[in-house]
Design a protein around this ligand. Structure first.
Ligand SMILES: NC(=O)c1ccc[n+]([C@@H]2O[C@H](COP(=O)([O-])OP(=O)(O)OC[C@H]3O[C@@H](n4cnc5c(N)ncnc54)[C@H](OP(=O)(O)O)[C@@H]3O)[C@@H](O)[C@H]2O)c1
Length: 336
């Protein structure tokens, strides 16, 4: 299959350190250009990563007729505006998460996609990682009884006020940045939308971003809860509770690219005797960013359906909107 020619909007850390190196190893991805607001920066990164063209503005990259697809890892407030500009320039778009600042803004991408006849997808790499496909398969098979509850934690410790995550004016905040992951994976495993949510949020008094959240998502027939913290110890874990087993995903979101991931299946021990009943499955080592780029490129070539429809990103945004509404109202909020 002819490789897709990719251009990257900005020298964002996620692109430079993870996504571009991973995509360059894929057969259907050819990263040919990178742009920065600062030409020296794009030239330096292009040189270091072996990218042929460096542009000194995002507009110049979008005007390059050789480029077929754009990877957009700009700060959150620029996801929708620059994805629309890219679509209007005739480029397919893989846009970083969250897809926008709210569902109303995200919906404008649906119109742009249809009007411009391109593919647009949220870069939510966990959703095509084989470990999550396996978790959903186990739940679907129903051998451990019905799915009842999902519990997730994701946290890190970043105090730098200049970090995009800590800048309220450009879409910073913990729910946008990491609460996002438990929301998308819970929706993926339940295969439903939550009907209502509640979120208890602690706001950073100086940076005005949500730095600590405990949330519950009320799904038809089950519940999901999560904690996310941006000034906590770095940690990630997800546990999926069925009536006859607990399925633990030990690297649920930041899955490593240098060793297999593990899924632990705990059929329940004896609480009083202290016995356990665990088995483990190893998931072959993959780079989830490489796989994301490869699958989207194959979809551009028409070889496979688009892995994750844009409508899913809009639905995810509706849940995030409801979580922020609940954080402010102090009440359960309906989704949608
Ligand atoms: N999927 C994942 O695993 C994952 C992981 C981390 C982050 N992300 C997402 O990726 C995006 C970028 O995160 P990051 O940590 O890589 O950010 P970052 O390193 O701060 O990069 C953001 C880039 O955007 C450009 N930019 C344009 N306007 C800007 C403005 N007003 N303020 C700051 N930067 C501006 C800058 O590039 P130039 O100076 O070159 O123009 C900057 O390098 C976020 O949406 C985040 O949610 C996803």
């Amino acid at each position: 299959m002819k490789p897709v020619k990719w251009g990257v909007l900005s020298t964002a850390a996620i692109g430079v350190n993870f996504v571009i190196p991973a995509m360059r190893k894929q057969p259907t991805c050819d990263v040919v250009a990178i742009a920065s607001r600062d030409r020296e920066k794009s030239e330096e990164i292009a040189g270091a990563l072996g990218i042929a063209k460096a542009y000194g503005s995002y507009e110049a990259l979008l005007a390059d007729p050789e480029i077929e697809a754009i990877y957009n890892p700009l700060p959150n407030h620029l996801h929708v505006p620059w994805s629309i500009k890219a679509a209007e320039a005739g480029k397919h778009v893989l846009c970083e998460k969250p897809i926008g600042l709210d569902a109303t803004e995200a919906e404008t991408l649906l119109e742009a996609r249809d009007r411009c006849g391109v593919l647009i997808q949220e870069a939510i790499m966990v959703r095509t990682h084989p470990q999550w496909l396996r978790v959903r398969e186990i739940v679907r098979q129903g051998g451990f009884g019905g799915l009842q509850s999902i519990r997730s934690v994701l946290s890190y410790h970043i105090l730098d006020p200049k970090n995009v995550r800590n800048r309220a004016d450009i879409g910073g905040g913990g729910i946008y940045d990491i609460g996002f992951y438990p929301v998308t994976t819970s929706r993926f495993v339940f295969e439903k939308e939550p009907e209502r949510v509640v979120a208890l949020v602690e706001w950073d008094p100086v940076m005005k971003i949500d730095r600590l959240t405990s949330a519950i998502l009320d799904f038809p027939g089950g519940q999901a809860s999560f904690i996310c913290g941006t000034q906590m110890v770095t940690y990630q874990r997800c546990e999926i509770f069925c009536s006859a087993a607990r399925i633990e995903v030990t690297d649920p979101f930041g899955a490593p690219n240098n060793r297999p991931c593990r899924i632990v299946i705990d059929r329940g021990g004896d609480l009083f005797a202290g016995t356990t009943n665990y088995t483990e499955e190893a998931i072959d080592t993959i780079d989830q960013y490489g796989l994301q780029g490869e699958l989207f490129s194959q979809a551009i070539r028409g070889a496979i359906p688009q892995p994750i429809p844009l409508e899913d990103a809009v639905a995810n945004m509706r849940v995030i909107d409801a979580l922020y509404r609940s954080a402010r109202s102090g009440r359960w909020e309906p989704v949608g």
